[in-house]
Write a new protein. Structure first.
Length: 425
């Protein structure tokens, strides 16, 4: 590597890391707010909250890495331009393409790292985030009530006067159902094993009195319901709600394997469909053979009509079955996810190509313009990604086109900028 290339590389790296840091912190704010609320609600230690933030960081960095390339190249080219170093390079006969080459090469290196990131680092972070949060949310109502004398689950609040920890039985319970405005007073109660199908803990109550929790009108004839035994189901948390929206647990190789599995299932289903269609054609051929052995004109005409209908039915059945099957079985979502990962990675090169000519600006305004342009590109890219996602889901474009839509737009912008610069020169 030439001395000039090493110098530009050395200048881009700290600016690249600065861009990642700033945009990652901005993205972390929303997660920090949610996790602080989560900690207060569930009485979670501060150390665990920082652990969750650490594990969610790879998900946050998914697009901040390409934006970091944009920031790094913009700031570096701005500094070189402001210090007249680019003028000095040009004076010594160095063409602009050689000045921009290290920036593009830096983008290629980041792209390779980003693919590694999607295969190993991102799934690792997402899986550990889910496991850690699951351990924090996994509830043991018996222990929680025994220690706090209180248990809150949604609209239901359970208060206990006394607990027999050995037998795991509660005495003198008061259950408040705010949703149904109901107050239950029970002599004793205990939890059964969690019902996995219902994702709930069965709470068995004995000698229960039920009455309105809040009396909206004074009524001397208020009816009290008595139950010898009652079972309440206290819902556990839904593990599907743990994962951040849009996060995946699989790496690139796993997604490719999923696509191959679905495509194999598609091939098997198509073979079965063709087999059924051929069976109908065979039945039609058998009817033709029978028709050749008869001399009755009416019967021959009837058989011809039957054969025509059978062939049409076989053809229509094959077409309809294949169309329905391909619309259901084709792994469109996995294809979109796979190409979106590659799209994010390739975006690092596009950001380097975009930032190189734009970075040659006045040094005094370089950082402000770089940060402003970085925010603009962040918003534009994510808006285009959302547009592409909805477009393929509603059938306006293929999953591949939806995933690559932001990169296609950025590529057009790069071509336009370079055309205008060449025309100006």
């Amino acid at each position: 590597m030439k001395l000039i290339d090493k110098y530009i590389f050395k200048s881009i790296t700290p600016n690249f890391l600065l861009g990642i840091l700033i945009f990652s912190l901005v993205n972390l704010i929303q997660f920090l707010y949610d996790l602080v609320s989560f900690a207060i609600e569930h009485d979670i230690p501060t150390v665990k909250i920082f652990t969750l933030l650490f594990y969610i960081l790879p998900f946050v960095m998914t697009f901040t890495i390409p934006i970091g390339v944009l920031m790094g190249v913009l700031l570096t080219m701005g500094e070189l331009s402001g210090n007249y170093e680019i003028v000095a390079m040009r004076t010594n006969g160095l063409p602009m393409i050689n000045i921009f080459r290290p920036a593009v090469l830096f983008g290629v290196m980041v792209m390779v790292f980003h693919l590694f990131f999607f295969q190993y680092i991102l799934p690792w972070g997402n899986k550990n985030y889910v496991i850690t949060k699951y351990e924090l949310l996994r509830r043991n109502p018996t222990l929680e009530i025994a220690s706090k004398k209180k248990f809150i689950a949604g609209d239901i609040e359970i208060q206990v006067e006394r607990t027999d920890t050995k037998k795991q039985i509660f005495h003198k319970l008061k259950i408040i159902n705010n949703k149904d405005n109901l107050l239950l007073i029970a002599e004793e109660g205990f939890f059964l094993q969690k019902d996995e199908k219902l994702n709930a803990f069965p709470l068995v109550l004995k000698n229960v009195i039920g009455l309105p929790y809040i009396r909206r009108e004074i009524d001397k004839n208020t009816v009290q319901d008595f139950y010898h035994t009652m079972t309440l189901y206290i819902n556990d948390f839904d593990i599907k709600k743990i994962m951040p929206r849009g996060a995946e647990m699989e790496g690139i190789i796993e997604v490719i394997r999923n696509i191959k599995k679905v495509e194999l299932a598609n091939i098997v289903a198509e073979m079965k469909t063709y087999h059924n269609a051929m069976q109908q054609y065979y039945d039609a051929a058998s009817t033709e053979d029978m028709m050749s052995k008869t001399t009755d004109a009416n019967q021959i005409q009837s058989m011809k009509t039957m054969i025509t209908q059978m062939k049409l039915s076989a053809a229509n059945h094959k077409r309809d079955a294949l169309e329905k099957m391909r619309s259901v079985i084709t792994p469109k979502n996995d294809i979109y996810i796979l190409h979106r990962k590659f799209s994010y990675a390739v975006c690092a090169i596009l950001m380097a190509l975009l930032a190189s000519p734009l970075g040659i600006i006045n040094k005094r305004k370089g950082k402000e313009i770089a940060f402003g342009f970085g925010i603009l590109m962040y918003v534009v890219y994510n808006s285009l990604l959302t547009t592409g996602n909805f477009a393929w889901q509603f059938g306006y474009m293929s999953p591949i086109a939806g995933a690559w839509l932001p990169n296609m737009v950025i590529a057009l912008i790069i071509v336009l900028i370079n055309y205008l610069k060449i025309k100006k020169m």
